[in-house]
Design a protein around this ligand. Sequence first.
Ligand code: PLP
Length: 387
Amino acid sequence: MIEDRLTTELADIAAAGLTRRRRVLASPCGRLAAVDGREMLNFASNDYLGLAGNRDIAQAVADGALAWGAGSGASHLVSGHLAPHEAIEAELAAFTGFERTLTFSTGYLANLAVTPTFAGRGDAVFADKLNHASLIDAMQLAKANGADVQRYPHGDVAALERLLAASTAKTKLIVTDSVFSMDGDLAPLPLLLDLAERYDAWLVIDDAHGFGVLGPHGEGALAHFNLPAAKRILLMGTLGKAAGVGGAFVAGSALAIEYLLQKGRSYIFTTATPPAIACGLSRSLELIRGGDALRANLFARIGQLRDGLAGLRWPLLPSATAIQPLIVGDNEAAVALAKVLWERGLWVPAIRPPTVPKGTARLRISVSAAHTADDIERLITTLKELA
Ligand SMILES: *Cc1c(COP(=O)(O)O)cnc(C)c1O
């Protein structure tokens, strides 16, 4: 039977306790989630500014759909590039300080476009060990195109420098997350940019968890470090996390973006997102730009959580971002803890190997500007009680 192999593999996954199930939400994304007739306090989304359920943005999407229709009808290079798409590209360029941007349907597709487009035969890719799965897949595509790919130990600038110094590649790409998605820590971007300059490499930065959150007005990780929009930087930002809508962009010099537009396969061979999404994103960008109060609340809640959980038997990783991983260690213990929290109305996902290294199973607490001080207090009190 053609399906036998699938049955066996699914049984193996189940036997290892790794079967994944989707929870169906009966409410919009927000601080509360209606699931199975219960109201859960949500620490499981990437909606860092609480914009996913924002009424103004939803209204802009609705108005955009009435003005521009439901679909774009084609890929950007054929006939699917509508005025709202063009507008959001310019707005994102102005906001991030880069000369030009290109929007994508998802961050996954944006990452798949960049690395293999800029690195092929005779070139080399240097990637942080803890990069997001989409960057790893992009690296594999570059490898299939003939690029040499190397992974350096997480955040290890000295190891990266040794690899760069030994490389004879024509074009070099350093590829990193800005905020690492399972640890919440920041890449040493100033040191990485310095290395990129000294070894004449491109620096590809995935700012999925920095855009909207970090920097004086949410411009992202570069602004956080006071770094310029250098021509050798290719910045990817996602628009379905803090921005609360969906899609992604790549920002860079006018020339680099033109090159990506001409050659990025996951840009070229896919239908442009519905123009209404771009309309919603324009509104979201205004709210991000004017969102200092949201960010102030987010960072106050992060500080409250860290203070409240200090000294608990499960340590928090040293993260200054909205991703706050509580290290439990043992896989079953992490899952059991998440289950008890769930029973008490707190939704905090457990993350296990192979997503994270062995022995570091954790609760991945996502803090949002939508959370109140009482929400955070409730999580702290419950965790203390369970410890
Ligand atoms: C979520 C995420 C992506 C993918 O973005 P999508 O828009 O969800 O496809 C890429 N990189 C990182 C680090 C992410 O966390």
